[in-house]
Write a protein that binds this ligand. Structure first.
Ligand code: TXA
Ligand code: MG
Length: 308
């Protein structure tokens, strides 16, 4: 057990805020059972009080205590994917208070796999509520430096865990209604889920900020451009522009970032790339659309939101 993690657990116990690495993105953690700590978390995050946050647990047994009903589907998914980048929305038990669920009758629960997150959960001994450690509406952090850039002195401690391995937020499956609904795609894909459960469509989708248009957004206006139109769009550029693409840099463009053709490798680099493009002082960002092939759904979802 590292000294830093022990310190982090102490801070959480006093109602403080600790940013910590997970396999997906860095989280901004607070004691999920403390109304005061949660109020501070919402304030720092800049998140409206009626938006729920995900609660992190050391084990599925602990996670399921926060649910009033654990279906066979929930058990199967937990068995297959926990610890890992999956969040389940379940009907809440009375342990999940309004100040965590945003007043909704459900709660989002997840058992992360990152060793430092697990160490922290074990040391703290209680569930940790953690949204991504960025301010509301900004790109999620995938390094400790990103967290410091965004939150500065508003966070009591940032645990260093290197760059996040997955790079985009967890897959969210809503199991609180009659049918299982995929709310947010992630590394665990629709196909992965459908090998285990069947997914339906819900008409009454619950409030979730990740579901809002224009989330995960860079400050510079960004556009998604199909590969076959990239050259034409570049030739039309007048002001300083930045491009995120698969191909080699084009001399006409001021700032060019090249991305891998593998979706997992792309996802891992995505948020750092968006931050870099945003920091390049350009008037616009062009993003080459990924191929319309299976495996790219989660990346495409984030790119659509970044360019909405
Ligand atoms: O990978 C992740 O999930 C990261 C790491 C830190 O675990 N966390 C994360 O949290 O992305 P956040 O709060 O930035 O996004 C969580 C999404 C939000 O869209 C939130 O509204 C939704 O999950 N959510 C949480 N509880 C929910 C609930 N009971 N019903 C519907 N949506 C919920
Ligand atoms: Mg977020």
């Amino acid at each position: 057990m590292s000294k830093e993690v022990r310190r982090a657990a102490e801070i959480l116990g006093r109602g403080g805020l600790v940013a910590f690495p997970t396999e997906t993105v860095y989280g901004l953690g607070a004691d999920a059972s403390s109304e005061k700590a949660m109020a501070r978390l919402y304030r720092v995050k800049g998140r409206p009080a009626d938006h729920p946050v995900i609660v992190h647990f050391a084990s599925s047994d602990e996670a399921f205590k926060w649910a009033s009903e654990v279906s066979e589907e929930a058990k199967l998914l937990a068995e297959r994917f926990w610890p890992g980048p999956l969040t389940l929305i379940l009907k809440r038990s009375d342990r999940a208070k309004d100040f965590v669920t945003g007043g909704q009758p459900s709660v989002g629960v997840r058992v992360p796999s990152h060793p430092i997150a697990r160490e922290l959960l074990n040391e703290f001994g209680k569930p940790i509520a953690a949204p991504s450690a960025n301010r509301f509406g900004r790109v999620s952090p995938t390094t400790a430096a990103h967290v410091r850039e965004d939150l500065g002195a508003d966070v009591d401690l940032v645990l260093e865990g290197g760059p996040s391995e997955v790079g985009i937020e967890s897959t969210i499956v809503d199991l609180s209604g009659g049918v299982a609904v995929l709310l947010r795609p992630g590394k665990i894909s629709k196909d992965d889920l459908q090998k285990i459960i069947s997914l339906g469509k819900s008409d009454a989708s619950p409030r979730h900020s990740g579901g809002m248009e224009k989330h995960y957004a860079p400050r510079t206006p960004a556009r998604l451009v199909p590969t076959h139109e990239l050259d034409k769009e570049i030739s039309k550029l007048k002001a300083r522009a930045a491009v995120l693409a698969f191909s080699r840099p084009d001399e006409r463009v001021d700032f060019w970032l090249r991305m891998p053709r593998d979706p997992a490798a792309y996802a891992q680099k995505l948020y750092a790339a968006l931050r870099e493009l945003d920091g390049a002082n350009c008037d616009s960002i062009l993003i080459e659309a990924p191929p319309a092939e299976s495996g790219w759904e989660a990346v495409l979802d984030r790119l659509r939101k970044a360019t909405a």
